[in-house]
Design a protein around this ligand. Structure first.
Ligand SMILES: [Zn+2]
Length: 272
């Protein structure tokens, strides 16, 4: 019941924000900024003990595909252990192909949601555990800008209702503005909500320099579920240049990022 009420709020918010994503992008995302293994220090990484994460985990993804790229192995391993995993997709994903006539924002949002649902079937997450916040892609509000408080309230509602023992967030140091903004919103909400016992963050778009010094790095061996993760990533066909052909500026996941996502481990930074 509580989750249904939350879902209604999300749907209302999604309707409210549905038209905003057609705006011109405020920021050009460098598509080649990922570097191989930027987060792997090699010396002080600790093995992530899945048992410590508890019986309920929430994974927050700024865009549809980040959940699979950065956390697909984690999600699949947790699902295999019957841990309740809820996946939150922060933005509507409309920013990847802004000039497409065939896929205007509303249609693109539906496509990306459908791709995410398929991805999560490979990872073992039921559709009822997938949540779309519907914030405008590439315009996730930052503190002091319109929509920020509403976004924090929305995140608070999800944390309050889902009560995760562990929260997995995008990195506050990621190069992508949406990732940093989503990190700020969810860190803010986590401070207000009943605190999860653990919080981790992950990097998708990063350079080694910008990662800086982190308190604790965890490495998760995902070899046993890597094929599932790769199938999940493959479901995001629109981000691989396989669906939308009428936008020359359309986003395509760069090869080096996909190569990094095919590693047999995932990296997480502990922030709580
Ligand atoms: Zn992203």
């Amino acid at each position: 019941m509580v989750l249904t009420e939350t879902n209604l709020v999300l749907e209302q918010l999604h309707r409210h924000t549905a038209g905003i994503a057609s705006q011109i992008f405020a920021e050009n995302i460098k598509q080649d900024c990922a570097v191989p293994d930027p987060a792997r220090p090699g010396t002080n990484a600790r093995v992530l003990d899945l048992q410590q994460l508890g019986e309920s985990v929430v994974v927050v993804a700024p865009h549809p595909d980040d959940e699979s790229i950065a956390c697909g192995g984690l999600i699949a391993l947790l699902a295999r252990r019957s841990v309740v995993v809820n996946v939150i997709i922060v933005t509507d994903g409309c920013g990847s192909h802004p000039n497409s006539s065939a896929y205007p924002p509303a249609r693109l949002a539906k496509l990306r949601a459908a791709e995410t649902r398929l991805a999560l079937t490979h990872l073992g997450v039921e559709e009822r555990r997938l949540w779309f916040c519907g914030l405008p892609d590439r315009f996730v509000p930052t503190e002091g800008t319109p929509g920020y408080t509403a976004a924090v309230n929305q995140a608070f509602g999800l944390i309050y209702n889902l009560r995760p023992k562990t929260l997995v967030l995008p990195s506050a140091k990621d190069q992508h503005g949406d990732h940093r903004a989503a990190a700020a919103i969810w860190r803010h909400a986590a401070r207000l909500a009943p605190n999860p016992s653990w919080m981790f963050e992950y990097v998708v778009w990063a350079s080694a320099e910008e990662l800086g010094v982190v308190p604790t790095t965890f490495e998760l061996e995902i070899a046993e579920v890597l094929p599932l993760k790769q199938r999940a990533i493959a479901e995001h066909r629109s981000q691989r240049g396989l669906v939308i052909t009428d936008d020359p500026d359309g986003f395509v996941l760069p090869a080096n990022l996909l190569a990094r996502a095919s590693a047999s481990y995932e990296i997480f930074f502990q922030i709580l």
